[in-house]
Structures are given as C-alpha cells and as structure tokens.
Design a protein around this ligand. Structure first.
Ligand SMILES: Nc1ncnc2c1ncn2[C@@H]1O[C@H](COP(=O)(O)OP(=O)(O)OP(=O)(O)O)[C@@H](O)[C@H]1O
Ligand SMILES: [Mg+2]
Length: 257
C-alpha cells in the first residue's frame, strides 16, 4: 500500500533527514516514491544524494510565477483564475529521478496569512491534491519549519502528518502546538517522532511537554547522520526509520479501514 505523509516540526529537529530516510525505506521495499520538498531551503534532494548539478539546476515550482499564473489561467491584470487548473503534467515535467525515487522541489506553497487566494498557491495546492490521489505512488513531503506556513491547503490534502521533535522542551512544545494546528485542519496524526534520542529517558522527558500527544516512534541520535548531508545507508537511525515505516503503513491501513 502506498504511503502519503507530510513531515513537520520545529527548525532543525530532523524533518528533512527523516523525510529522506522514509523515502529510502519506502523505495527499499519497491514502492515508487515521490519526495516533495516544500521547504524553501531545498535540502531534501541533497539528503537523498541527488547530484549537485541536477539540484542546482532546479527552480522551485513556487518560484515559477509565470508558469503558475498561466496554469491558473489568470490573464495579466485580470482578477479571475481557474479553480481547477491543469496540473497533471507538472510532475513529469519538473521532477528529477534517481534509483526509483522522484524529487519534486515545490518550495513554499502557502502564503503567510490565512485565506490567500493567489494563483500560485491555488495551482500548487491543486498539484498536491493530484499527487496525493495517485494510488500507486508513495509520497513524503518535507514541510518547512514555520507554523504559520504549516501548509493550510497542502498538508491537509496529504492527510497525515508526522511531527518531529528533539528531546528538548522548546521543540516538544512546538510539536504540541503544531499538533493542535493540524487537528484544527483535520489532519490525521500518527503521533510525534522523538528524534536524536541519546538515552532511553528521552521519550519520557519529551512526553511531559506534549499535552498528551502520542509518541509514535523514537529515533536514536546517530553520529553517522550528524556528520553527513546524505542519509547513511545503514546504522541505528536507518534501522529505526525502517521500523517507523512498517508501523506507519499499519497505522495508515488501519485508519483507512
Ligand atoms: N537522529 C539524528 N542523529 C544525529 N543527527 C541528526 C539526527 N537527525 C538529524 N540530525 C542532524 O540534525 C541536523 C538538522 O537535521 P535536518 O536538516 O533534517 O532538520 P530540519 O528539521 O529539516 O531542519 P530545517 O528546519 O532547517 O529544515 C542535521 O545536521 C542532521 O544531520
Ligand atoms: Mg529541513
């Protein structure tokens, strides 16, 4: 069964690393996987070891204003745009691929401030909805840190959100805040992923600040992960993410009944 998940959490907690490792884990069991980088930093491709030249040549979709405006059908100076813009071909046109993994660099999708109806965001949201509807494709979306941008339209369309935290009070509090926001948006929450756990106490420490949120998985602090931009091929972190992948598939299957 394909997996569709977005990853959020405070800055630097390990969202991109987890997204990349999950993408690898899914590809490892033969899934077709699309990695969606919805963070303006454009780091997901690097974590997945896409060649630097390929990454440098990518313009995030969100910056292709002309293309987006054209798709939205908004005539220059006009005030109207299509609510169902044509987006089916964008995936094939703009993704790059490597070893069964596709990467689509979307950039920041949502404008700050609720209720943005700019054509760019309408097209990108339509694209995410389309991608999520593709049944034989797994999708992992690396979201940016800022809660204000949690991706009102986009994360909601993905449907399930993993929230990453470190074993720190501030990132756990942020996780709890993100969870409240996400619940308000109708997102399903498998739970919180405690990352960079250096001891068995990390989980209990974080739980105190999670407002009763469920801890879905604990991922170890792993020196090999810390020192490399590319997610390593094996080791304690990768093994824990593989367990997380299994549990996530089961959780999503149960949710979908
Ligand atoms: N389990 C881990 N063990 C050790 N280091 C880790 C672990 N997970 C992530 N890191 C390291 O933490 C740093 C931040 O990770 P990452 O870039 O994935 O975070 P992020 O949440 O995507 O950050 P940003 O908010 O800037 O996008 C990186 O240097 C990464 O290698
Ligand atoms: Mg990141």
């Amino acid at each position: 069964m394909s997996v569709k998940i977005a990853v959020a959490g405070k800055g630097g907690v390990g969202k991109t690393t987890l997204s990349a490792a999950l993408v690898r884990a899914l590809a490892g069991i033969g899934e077709r996987v699309l990695a969606v980088d919805a963070d303006p930093n454009n780091c997901l491709g690097r974590a997945l070891a896409f060649p630097e030249e390929a990454l440098e040549s990518i313009t995030p979709l969100s910056e292709m204003k002309e293309m987006l405006a054209e798709r939205a059908g908004k005539a220059e100076g006009g005030g109207f745009f299509a609510l169902n813009p044509p987006i089916e071909d964008l995936l094939d046109e703009y993704r790059i691929q490597r070893e069964g993994i596709s990467l689509l660099v979307m950039g920041t999708v949502d404008e700050p401030g609720a209720g943005c109806v700019c054509p760019e965001s309408a097209v990108l949201k339509a694209l995410v909805r389309h991608l999520v509807s593709l049944e034989d494709l797994s999708l992992v979306m690396d979201m940016e840190a800022g809660l204000e941008h949690l991706g009102r339209g986009t994360a909601r369309d993905v449907g399930a959100l993993l929230i990453v935290t470190e074993p720190t009070v501030s990132s756990a509090r942020t996780a709890a805040r993100v969870a409240r926001l996400a619940e308000g948006l109708g997102l399903r929450l498998p739970g919180v992923v405690v990352n960079k756990a250096a001891s068995p106490e990390a989980k209990a420490k974080v739980e105190q600040y999670l407002d009763g949120l469920n801890v879905f998985a604990v991922l170890p602090a792993d020196e090999a992960v810390a020192v490399s931009e590319v997610v390593p091929a094996e080791g304690p972190y990768v093994a824990a993410v593989e367990e997380l992948r299994v549990r996530l598939s089961q959780w999503l299957a149960a949710e979908e009944g």
